[in-house]
Design a protein around this ligand. Structure first.
Ligand code: COA
Length: 372
């Protein structure tokens, strides 16, 4: 089977760094605290644990931690970086970009373009595409880009979205494709909607949960139909080893795949086999991080790339409320097999502490007070 995708031999993901925060909570504990049947959170939403930040630790710490890991794996020097982009929806300032806070910690200054991208959970993917296209355009003049997706996802206490909270950051060096190549072509779809938003000054998002699911499903269908084009879905997806999604919570992904199966006129068995074989196995880390907003898709991609043989193909579907979406095609390269970032994630998960109901209450109380 042939397709029209192009993979530049000199540009792709050269290194990946993932950072999860030092605390987490089992959603069953949250269910007990809120007087909810735990099955609603585990079976109904597909959640397991939600990563949490202690007081004084936040989106910048996550971004810097991920960046340091990516830089260490890459082996290049910060002087070789010509672009720093941080995608996030947890901005700490309406004017000063998150990239400036991160650059300060990393000692990055000089002949570099540094900025922040915002488009809900799609912001990290926009940052990645811009870095990729900057390299492909020739504007980079051989320099590398440091792209970071970093977020802390918190809802108002007792909000229905509370069990889907999470946090995390993924940093990627965009330079020689040692870890993965990314197809130059991608498949985007956008439509204005108010499905999830956070007005200026508000600490927590407003969500139309059902509308966001409908928008997400429509975006999935629109992006994958472009990938399929005039082929059959089976042909178009035949050489994919895994398909990663933005993961607000795993059940949302399962529903979107259900919608995709219907639009492809697959039998329920074929849809289920696609979900269980290609999608569900990529969400193990997401079940431990919770929703990392911009980082969520890239946590899934980092997991899917880990240990992969060179040449294996992965789909990466990005969605951000508002809404914008894009499907990327990624191919593992030689460096994916060793996957040092997988050891770092395992270490983060092993060393982090699960908080009790009392601790969670105290943490949220302190955060609410800080936000006022
Ligand atoms: N045992 C098992 N399953 C249960 C259950 C129980 N005791 N109680 C409820 N459930 C199931 C429901 O049947 C439902 O599953 P279904 O949708 O497959 O039918 C699921 O749990 C959720 O229940 P629901 O009543 O719809 O939840 P809710 O009104 O509390 O809302 C969200 C949940 C997730 C929709 C809400 O948290 C939300 O809006 N989250 C944010 C969405 C988001 O992140 N959007 C962003 C952009 S992508």
């Amino acid at each position: 089977m042939t397709d029209a995708l192009h993979f530049d031999p000199n540009t792709g993901i050269a290194a990946i760094g993932v950072q999860l925060p030092p605390l987490a909570m089992d959603v069953r504990e949250l269910a007990a605290l809120r007087g909810v049947d735990p099955d609603k959170y585990t079976l109904g939403l597909g959640c397991d644990e939600m990563a949490l930040c202690p007081e004084g630790y936040g989106v910048v710490d996550l971004a810097v931690g991920a960046a340091k890991r990516a830089l260490a794996q890459w082996g290049g020097s910060v002087e070789d970086i010509g672009l720093l982009v941080v995608g996030s929806e947890s901005a700490v300032d309406m004017s000063r970009p998150l990239s400036a806070f991160v650059a300060e910690e990393l000692g990055l200054r000089g002949r570099i373009r540094s900025y922040e991208t915002k488009h809900a959970c799609y912001g990290g993917t926009v940052a990645l595409r811009q870095a990729l296209e900057w390299r492909l355009s020739g504007a980079a003049r051989g320099k590398a880009a440091l792209v970071i997706a970093s977020d802390v996802a918190l809802y108002a206490p007792k909000d229905p979205g509370e069990p889907t909270q999470g946090a995390g950051a993924v940093a990627m060096i965009i330079a020689e494709p040692k870890v993965a190549r990314i197809a130059t072509e991608s498949f985007a779809y956008a439509e204005p909607a108010f499905d999830f938003w956070r007005p200026v000054g508000d600490s927590f998002p407003s969500v139309e949960g059902k509308l966001s699911l409908d928008c997400y499903k429509k975006a999935t269908e629109e992006c994958f139909q472009q990938l399929v084009g005039d082929r059959t879905p089976a042909d178009a997806l035949a050489d994919f080893a895994a398909v990663c999604f933005h993961v607000p919570f795993p059940k949302m992904v399962k529903k979107a795949v259900g919608q995709l199966g219907e639009s492809f006129e697959w039998t329920p068995e074929a849809t289920s086999s696609f979900y269980e074989g290609m999608v569900n196995p990529t969400m193990d880390w997401n079940r431990k991080s919770g929703n990392g907003y911009t980082a969520s898709l890239w946590i899934s991609v980092a997991q899917a790339l880990a240990g992969r043989a060179a040449g294996q193909r992965i789909g990466a579907f990005s969605y951000g409320s508002g809404f914008g979406s894009e499907l990327l095609v990624i191919e593992a390269a030689e460096g994916a097999a060793a996957a040092p970032w997988a050891d770092e994630v395992a270490e983060d998960l092993k060393s982090r502490r699960l908080v009790s109901q009392d601790e969670y209450d105290a943490l949220r109380g302190a955060r609410l007070a800080a936000a006022e």
